[in-house]
Design a protein around this ligand. Structure first.
Ligand code: C2E
Ligand code: CA
Ligand code: CA
Length: 511
C-alpha cells in the first residue's frame, strides 16, 4: 500500500544542501572580492597611464622648445649654426641631438656638423613624431624624433629612447606600460616593435596625448586579478572560509531539525520497528478473555522499547500515524489471523485511531483488508477514538462511519469522561462502546465524587444500550465493584499487561 507521507530526503540531497549552504557565502564573497580587485586594478592602470602621459609630454616639451628655437636658423650654412644646435643639446634636458633640414634634406647635425641625409615626412606620425629603432650612430636603440617644419626649412630634435623606457619601467613598475607612436610601439625593455599594439588582458587603459601624436597603454597580464587577490586578501579569504563553515553547519543543523523526528520515524516505519503489543480485555462476569486492545510499541535499535505516548503525538503531527496504524493492522492480522478460527466468538480486537484517519475513506479499505485475514465471523474490529480529540462531523466522516458500520466495524469512545462528547455526538457516530477512563476506575473506594461520575457513566451506557469497557483495572476491589455494577468488559493489569504477539497467542489458549 502506498505511503501517504512525503518521502524522506536522500542523504545525498542533504549533503548537497549542506555543501551549497557552505559554498554560497564563499562564492558570493569571492565574486565581490573579485569585482573589488578589478576596480582597484582599473584605478591603478588609469593612474599609471596618466602619469606616463604627463612625463612623456614633459620630455617632448623640451624637444619642441629646442626645435622652435632652431627653426628660424634653417637654411643658414651649417658652420654658422652648428654651435646653436649643440647649445640646445646641452641646455635642454632629454634632448639628445638637434638637426636642421632644408628641402627635406638633413644638412646640419649637432653631432656631425655638416651632414647629408634625405628626410621623408611620411615617416612621421601626423608629420610630427617618429619612433625609430635606432640610427646609424646607435643602432637598435630606441629614438624618438620630433619634427618641426615651415616652408622649405625644418628642425629635427631627438629624444633618447633610454629616457622613454626608463619612464615605462619606473612608472609602470607592476603594470605593463607601452608607448605607441603611429604603427610603432615601445616596451619597457627599450625595444621598438612594428606591429599592432598588443591587447593587455586585464584592466587595460589607453590614453592619447592631446598635444603630441602618441598614446600610452597600461594594463596587466592574464590572471593578474587572482594574483592580486591572493596577495592582498588572505585575511578576507580566511573570514569567508569561516562564514562558509558556519553557514554549512547551520544548514546541516536546520536540515536535521527539519527532518527529525518525523524522518527518524519514517525510517523506523520502513524498518518495521513499530510492532503491536496485545492487552487482554475480559468479560465482566466470567473474566474470560473477550478480546484484546492492540497497543503500539517502538522497538528502537538503540533506545529499546519506546512507550507510545512518547512518539504518537509526533506521528499524529506529521501524518505518519496513518501508515503506522496500517502497518500495525497488517502485523496484527498476520499474527492473529491464522489461529482466529479457534477464538471464542465474537473476539474483539481494539485498534486506536486518531482524527487524521477520518479525513478520507482509506480507513474503510484498511479495515476490509484486516477483516479478510480472519476466519469469517471470528472477530469484531473495534476502532477506539479518544474523547480528548473529538472529530468534526462532515460529509466525509458521515460516509466513513456509515461504510465502517456496513462492514461490521464497531466504534468505541476511548478515555470516556475526560472529554466533552454529548449524547448527540454519540448517536451521530453510531458509537457501540464507551471505554471508561482509568482515572475513574483508580478512584473506586477512594474518592466519592469520582465514583459518583463512574456510576453516572454506567447508568448512561445502560440507558443508551452501549457496551462498557472499564480501563486500568488493577485491584480485585475495582474488579468486584465494576462487575457488581454490570460493566460488560474489564481491562487492566489485574488481568494482563500489554504483551508481545507470541506471548499473547500462547496465553490465549489458557483463557
Ligand atoms: P489508551 O488507548 O488509553 O491505552 C491504554 C493505556 O493504558 C495503555 O498504555 C495501557 O498499557 C495502559 N494500561 C492498561 N491497563 C492498565 C492498568 O491497569 N494500569 C495502568 N496504569 N495502565 C494500564 P500504553 O500502551 O502506554 O498506551 C498509551 C496510549 O498511547 C494509549 O492510551 C493510546 O492513546 C496511545 N496508543 C497506543 N497505541 C496506539 C496506536 O496504535 N495508535 C494510536 N493512535 N494511539 C495509540
Ligand atoms: Ca485505547
Ligand atoms: Ca484509554
Amino acid at each position: 500500500m502506498p505511503l501517504t507521507v512525503r518521502p524522506r530526503r536522500k542523504r545525498s540531497v542533504r549533503m548537497t544542501v549542506t555543501l551549497l549552504c557552505g559554498l554560497l557565502p564563499v562564492l558570493l564573497g569571492t565574486a565581490i572580492l573579485y569585482m573589488q580587485a578589478e576596480r582597484t586594478l582599473q584605478q591603478s592602470t588609469q593612474i599609471t597611464a596618466e602619469e606616463a602621459l604627463r612625463q612623456f609630454e614633459l620630455m617632448l616639451d623640451n624637444t619642441a622648445q629646442a626645435a622652435n628655437e632652431l627653426l628660424p636658423l634653417a637654411g643658414q650654412p651649417c658652420d654658422s649654426v652648428k654651435l646653436a644646435l649643440r647649445e640646445q643639446v646641452t641646455r635642454r634636458p632629454f634632448v639628445r641631438s638637434t638637426n636642421l633640414v632644408w628641402d627635406d634634406n638633413l644638412y646640419c647635425s649637432s653631432l656631425f656638423g655638416e651632414f647629408k641625409e634625405a628626410v621623408n615626412p611620411g615617416d612621421y606620425t601626423q608629420g610630427k613624431l617618429w619612433l625609430m629603432n635606432g640610427n646609424p650612430v646607435t643602432p637598435n636603440t630606441a629614438l624618438l624624433v620630433y619634427r618641426l617644419s615651415e616652408g622649405r626649412g625644418g628642425a629635427l630634435t631627438t629624444l633618447d629612447g633610454y629616457h622613454l623606457s626608463n619612464v615605462l619601467r619606473l612608472i609602470g613598475r607592476d603594470t605593463l606600460l607601452l608607448l605607441q607612436v603611429g604603427d610603432n610601439w615601445l616596451s619597457a625593455d627599450g625595444k621598438v616593435h612594428q606591429s599592432a599594439l598588443p591587447v593587455l588582458p586585464v584592466a587595460q587603459h589607453m590614453l592619447a596625448s592631446s598635444r603630441y601624436a602618441f598614446s600610452v597603454s597600461a594594463g596587466f597580464p592574464q590572471g593578474e586579478t587572482w594574483r592580486y587577490m591572493a596577495d592582498e586578501y588572505p585575511p578576507l579569504f580566511s573570514l569567508l572560509m569561516f562564514f562558509g563553515v558556519v553557514s554549512g553547519a547551520i544548514g546541516h543543523v536546520l536540515q536535521r531539525r527539519a527532518t527529525s523526528p518525523s524522518h527518524e520515524m519514517l525510517r523506523a516505519l520502513e524498518a518495521g520497528e513499530f510492532i503491536p503489543y496485545f492487552q487482554p480485555v475480559v468479560h465482566g462476569d466470567s473474566k474470560k478473555w473477550s478480546g484484546a486492545e492492540v497497543l503500539m510499541r517502538w522497538q528502537h535499535p538503540k533506545e529499546g522499547l519506546v512507550r507510545p505516548d512518547l512518539f504518537i503525538p509526533f506521528a499524529e503531527h506529521s501524518g505518519l500515524i496513518v501508515p503506522m496504524t496500517r502497518a500495525l493492522m497488517q502485523q496484527t492480522a498476520a499474527l492473529l489471523g491464522p489461529p482466529s478460527a479457534g477464538f471464542a466468538k465474537p473476539f474483539h480486537i481494539g485498534i486506536n485511531i486518531t482524527a487524521s484517519h477520518c479525513q478520507d475513506l482509506q480507513l474503510v479499505d484498511d479495515c476490509r483488508a484486516f477483516l479478510a485475514a480472519f476466519a469469517p465471523g471470528s472477530v469484531s474490529l473495534v476502532l477506539e477514538l479518544t474523547e480528548r480529540q473529538l472529530i468534526e462531523p462532515t460529509d466525509i466522516t458521515r460516509q466513513l462511519f456509515e461504510q465502517l458500520h456496513t462492514l461490521g466495524v464497531m466504534i468505541a469512545i476511548d478515555d470516556f469522561g475526560t472529554g466533552h462528547s454529548s449524547l448527540g455526538y454519540l448517536r451521530k457516530f453510531n458509537v457501540d462502546f464507551l471505554k471508561i477512563d482509568q482515572s475513574f476506575v483508580a478512584m473506586i473506594g477512594i474518592d466519592a465524587l469520582s465514583r459518583h461520575i463512574l456510576d453516572t457513566i454506567i447508568e448512561l451506557c445502560v440507558k443508551l444500550e452501549l457496551g462498557i469497557v472499564a480501563e486500568g483495572v488493577e485491584t480485585q476491589t475495582q474488579a468486584d465493584y465494576l462487575t457488581a455494577h454490570h460493566v460488560n468488559f474489564l481491562q487492566g493489569y489485574l488481568f494482563g499487561k500489554p504483551m508481545p504477539g507470541a506471548d499473547f497467542i500462547a496465553a490465549l489458549s489458557h483463557h
